[in-house]
Design a protein around this ligand. Structure first.
Ligand SMILES: *Cc1c(COP(=O)(O)O)cnc(C)c1O
Length: 431
C-alpha cells in the first residue's frame, strides 16, 4: 500500500541532508564580520581595507569569468538594477519566460516597463528562440532568459536572435550558479548576469543577490543604482575612511548587501564546486535507473552544457506514465514515500496568483491595457511543463548513494500503484 494511504513508506530511518550547509569555518567568517564593526559597506572601515561585499563581488565575478561583480541584497534587486543600468523604463517591453519565479516579471514592472510573457519549451521550461521571436515588437528593448531548475536555455539560438533584433540580454542565473555552456559560465553571454543568493539557492546566504558584467560602464552604473548614487573609492579605504564616493551620475536606491551576509558568502563560495560535483554524481545515478521505469526521463540538458548546476532536480513524466493520476497526486504520494518534498513546478506566470499588478495602485492605472499584450495568449509549452514535471530540492542530491536508490524505488512503487492514486483524488495533509 502507498504511504499516502497508510502503507509503509519506502524510506523510514535515514534523514536527508540539511540545507544550508555550514560548519565552524562558517561561524568563524560570520564572527569575523561581526567583530570587524563594519557591518555595512556604507559604514566606515575602522581598520581599513575593502568591504566583504566588495571582496565577494570580486570573487564571484572571478568564479564566473566575468570582469566585474556587484553584490546586492536580493536577486530581485539585481534584476532591477540590471534593467535600470540598461536604461529600460516606461514605454519599453521586456520579454520574460512564462515559466519562472515571479521576480523577473515584477522587476520589469518596478522599472515602469511591461513584462511580455513568452512561452517555453515543454520539456525544459526554458525560453526558446522561436518563442522569443513570436513576441518581439517594435517596443521590445530587452530579454530576460532564465536557466531553469537543472538545465539551461538554448543560449546560442537566443543570443543570435537578440543580436539580430538589437535587444539587450539579461541572464537570470538564480537557478544555475556555475552552469557552463561550451566552457563559459552562464551569466556572461548577455549584457548582465543576475543571481539570487537566497536561502534555497545552490549558493545561499539567506537574503542576497549579485550581478556580473564585462562592461565597465554597466558595472559603474549598477554600483550607483544599488548604493544611493554612490560608487567605490578607486583603492581600498584606509583606516577610518569611507569606501563609497558620492558620484551621483545616476540616481540609485539602497539595495546593498550586509557585511554579515557577505561573510557567509565568502565561506560558501569555495564549497560550491564540490557540491556541484556531488550533486552531479547523484543525478547520474538517478539517470542510470530512470530508463527502467517506463514513461519517466530526466529533464533534457542542451549538448553544449559541460557543467550543469542543479537547483531543483527535475524528472519529466510522459502523459499516462502514472495512469490517470495527476502530477500533483504523484508528487504527494512520492513525498509520503520519501519524507522529503517532491512537487510539481509552480503555476506559470500567465495564471500565477503571484503576478497581480492590478493590486498595486502604481501599476493598476496602465496594466489593464498592457495585460492583453503581456499575457493574453495561450502558453501550451508552459502548461505542459507544469503538468508533466516532478521536482526535488538540490539538497536531496548531497547525500549518499542509498538516497538515489530510495528515490528510484519510490518512483517505481508509486507507478505500480497509480490506479489507486487516481481513485483517491484528494491527497490530504501534504503539499
Ligand atoms: C529565486 C529567484 C529570483 C529572486 O531572488 P530573490 O533573491 O528572492 O529576490 C529571481 N529569479 C529566479 C529565476 C529565481 O529563482
Amino acid at each position: 500500500m502507498l504511504a499516502l494511504h497508510g502503507g509503509a513508506p519506502v524510506r523510514t530511518h535515514r534523514t536527508w541532508p540539511r540545507w544550508p550547509q555550514f560548519d565552524n569555518r562558517t561561524a568563524a567568517e560570520l564572527l569575523a564580520a561581526l567583530h570587524s564593526s563594519r557591518w555595512s559597506v556604507t559604514w566606515y572601515s575602522p581598520r581599513g581595507g575593502k568591504s566583504r561585499e566588495r571582496l565577494f563581488a570580486e570573487a564571484f565575478a572571478r568564479y564566473n569569468g566575468a570582469a566585474h561583480g556587484v553584490s546586492v541584497d536580493h536577486g530581485s534587486s539585481a534584476l532591477v538594477i540590471a534593467l535600470e543600468a540598461l536604461g529600460i523604463g516606461p514605454g519599453d517591453e521586456v520579454i520574460v519566460p512564462a515559466m519562472t519565479w515571479v521576480a523577473p516579471a515584477t522587476a520589469v514592472l518596478r522599472v515602469g516597463a511591461i513584462p511580455v510573457l513568452a512561452d517555453v519549451d515543454p520539456d525544459t521550461g526554458c525560453l526558446t528562440a522561436d518563442e522569443l521571436r513570436a513576441v518581439v515588437s517594435p517596443r521590445t528593448r530587452a530579454v530576460i532568459v532564465v536557466h531553469l531548475a537543472c538545465t539551461a536555455a538554448e543560449l546560442d539560438d537566443i543570443v543570435a536572435v537578440t543580436g539580430q533584433e538589437g535587444l539587450a540580454l539579461i541572464e537570470d542565473c538564480s537557478q544555475a550558479h556555475g552552469t557552463r555552456w561550451a566552457g563559459r559560465a552562464v551569466g556572461t553571454f548577455g549584457a548582465i548576469g543576475v543571481f539570487s543568493l537566497g536561502a534555497a539557492k545552490s549558493l545561499a546566504a539567506g537574503e542576497a543577490g549579485a550581478a556580473i558584467t564585462d562592461s565597465r560602464d554597466l558595472y559603474e552604473r549598477m554600483l550607483m543604482l544599488r548604493a544611493d548614487s554612490r560608487g567605490y573609492t578607486e583603492d581600498a579605504p584606509g583606516s577610518g575612511e569611507y569606501e563609497l564616493v558620492e558620484h551621483g551620475t545616476v540616481m540609485g536606491a539602497n539595495y546593498c548587501m550586509s557585511e554579515l551576509t557577505a561573510g557567509l558568502l565568502l565561506d560558501q563560495l569555495p564549497r560550491l564546486d564540490d557540491q556541484h560535483a556531488l550533486r552531479e554524481q547523484r543525478a547520474k545515478e538517478i539517470e542510470a535507473g530512470l530508463p527502467d521505469i517506463p514513461g519517466l526521463a530526466p529533464i533534457p540538458v542542451p549538448a553544449p552544457v559541460d557543467r550543469r548546476a542543479v537547483y531543483e532536480y527535475g524528472i519529466r513524466v510522459r502523459p499516462g506514465a502514472f495512469g490517470p493520476a495527476t502530477v500533483d497526486q504523484v508528487a504527494a504520494a512520492l513525498t509520503a514515500e520519501l519524507g522529503t518534498r517532491v512537487y510539481p513546478p509552480r503555476d506559470p506566470l500567465h495564471r500565477s496568483v503571484l503576478l497581480r499588478p492590478q493590486t498595486k495602485p502604481r501599476f493598476a492605472q496602465w496594466w489593464s491595457e498592457a495585460a492583453e499584450r503581456a499575457t493574453g495568449r495561450a502558453f501550451t509549452g508552459a502548461d505542459h511543463y507544469r503538468d508533466h514535471t516532478l521536482l526535488m530540492h538540490h539538497s536531496v542530491l548531497l547525500g549518499e548513494r542509498g538516497d538515489t536508490e530510495d528515490i528510484l524505488t519510490a518512483l517505481d512503487k508509486v507507478r505500480a500503484h497509480a490506479d489507486q492514486l487516481a481513485a483517491h483524488p484528494e491527497p490530504k495533509g501534504l503539499t
